[in-house]
Design a protein around this ligand. Sequence first.
Ligand SMILES: C[S@@+](CC[C@H](N)C(=O)[O-])C[C@H]1O[C@@H](n2cnc3c(N)ncnc32)[C@H](O)[C@@H]1O
Length: 316
Amino acid sequence: MRCLELFCGIGGFAAAVQGHANVVGALDLSGHAIEVYRHNFHDHGARQAHLEHLDEAEIFGYEADLWWMSPPCQPYTTRGHQRDLEDHRARSLIRIMALIERQGPAHVAMENVPGFQGSDAHALVLRTLSDAGYEVAERLLCPTELGVPAQRERYYLVASRRGLRPREKREAAAMRPLADFLMAPTDEELGQVVVPEEALAKHGPGMRIFDLREEPGRIANTFTGAYGKTWQAAGAYLRMADGRVRRFTPREMLGLMGFSPDFGFPDHVSLRQRYKLIGNSLSVWAMREVLSALIPSLSGAETPVDAKASEALALP
Ligand SMILES: C[S@@+](CC[C@H](N)C(=O)[O-])C[C@H]1O[C@@H](n2cnc3c(N)ncnc32)[C@H](O)[C@@H]1O
């Protein structure tokens, strides 16, 4: 299957379908994201592009069977003021819907925040796809339902003109302990992720700090793009054996999201940028589950339950 990855970011879609489908193009506005994307997926033709100005000849020229998109979520979040289709960041989605109306691919799939459901943009997507003859399935899915101890509930939609594969009934997955996803930080990482005493004194009471020795069953709250910038409401922290508190490292966050241990960043990308790009990305595990309605081989792909931790684990 030929896939076009729109709003590609660092390539959560590419990571999910690797070995199962061909990504023939990947587009995003952010130069940082495209750089990281290319570092990991050299041959997907990733390039910087403003999707609201997407050229018709270019998009149809990819001859893609599937258009994947994870458009900006700010128009549908309280933080983003919920301006919905009035928000300038919704224009790219409106443009893509107009292109689908003209000549959509065989399959379309998308991801967004739960608040997308019930928005005017949601109604526009459903109307466009139904008028163009797609069968549509939607769901909210959180990786915790797949046994991943990290929340990231998202809205997912899959649509096809050729019919969708029915969803498989699955046993509820056993929750893996969060400690399975920890990796002893290198000295360099530790120097970057330990929370300074002053920050802890000021913001500690509002931070979610886990001591996994005492509470091994903790589940990380959603990591957002602001995790490297603000102390509260952007993700969880770990108390170390020596009493200090640290952030999760980017490697640990990527592991929790289901990216391969080989995924990396160009050296000059700052820690804050890494956190931002990962926080904006998506759960590869959840994606595989959802996309298996269109790409059947994904239902046999590695799941969080059989994934092995990439290193020997020791609570740091
Ligand atoms: C929710 S993130 C998607 C992240 C991606 N799925 C990943 O795995 O990293 C939304 C992305 O849309 C991009 N974006 C926002 N507005 C855009 C526009 N008008 N044209 C192209 N990309 C845009 C942002 O740079 C960001 O990478």
